[in-house]
Design a protein around this ligand. Sequence first.
Ligand SMILES: Nc1ncnc2c1ncn2[C@@H]1O[C@H](COP(=O)(O)OP(=O)(O)OP(=O)(O)O)[C@@H](O)[C@H]1O
Ligand SMILES: [Mg+2]
Length: 258
Amino acid sequence: MKPFSLSPNPDCLFLTPALKSVIAKVTYTIDERQGLTCILGDVGMGKTTLLRWIAEQYAERSDVISALMPNPRFISDFAFLKGVCQEFDIKTRRSQFEQENELKGFLVDSYQAGKNVVLFIDEAQSLNGKMLEQIRAMLNFETGREKLIQIVFSGQMELRDRLKDPSKKALSSRIFAPSVLTPMSLEDTKALIGYRCEYARVPNPFQDDAVTLIYNHSGGVPREVIKACSIAYTLMVNEGGSVVDVELCQAALAESVM
Ligand SMILES: Nc1ncnc2c1ncn2[C@@H]1O[C@H](COP(=O)(O)OP(=O)(O)OP(=O)(O)O)[C@@H](O)[C@H]1O
Ligand SMILES: [Mg+2]
């Protein structure tokens, strides 16, 4: 197995202290039925991998009905609503009003059966104003204290700007404990590389100063770290070596520049 694959495989996720605290916030929002929370971050910060990691934990729980929408690109808010309903195997209806009622019926039944319904939406920055309004309507389904559906957004920073727009106040004021993914520290970067090698069952060939070089080059952005490591590791293998030192790393970084 390749230690530095770029796919957002949750099994390859190294849980930094910062990620653990994001997981704790998201878990709290869901388990306490607080409605909506979001994970924000720049490109390549690990949003998709983290969202999938959290979704996997919930998919295994018998007291939860969950679904993950990887990319909510729909032609209208009604199509989006139908898309959400399809994720939960809810009947499709002709009108938006009937569809909302169908969803509500499902949420009430699930609540009464002791099941928490959770919807994870990745690339949530693609949701347009009407779709965000649809989300707000879904969050209005509640008992006095608890929401009948919990929603976790994951998206790029532009989502925050969109939500900050005064017209979205009704929704943004409902977001519970939002999280922003920040770049990793040098220590995290070193631990991530070690974890990836361990997971792939290969010895970790990266020398400390090579890791520092990668860290400085990547700015602590996980995708950039993985890319640099992947090139350096491949170079090492091609050269028949067993160590990634600064020199090899410099050659790898030179190759990674477009
Ligand atoms: N904590 C981590 N441990 C291990 N690998 C990570 C970690 N965070 C991110 N990665 C890796 O970095 C790469 C980018 O992650 P991911 O695709 O989840 O980022 P993203 O924030 O969703 O990016 P985009 O904004 O392009 O959607 C993936 O290969 C992922 O496995
Ligand atoms: Mg992503």
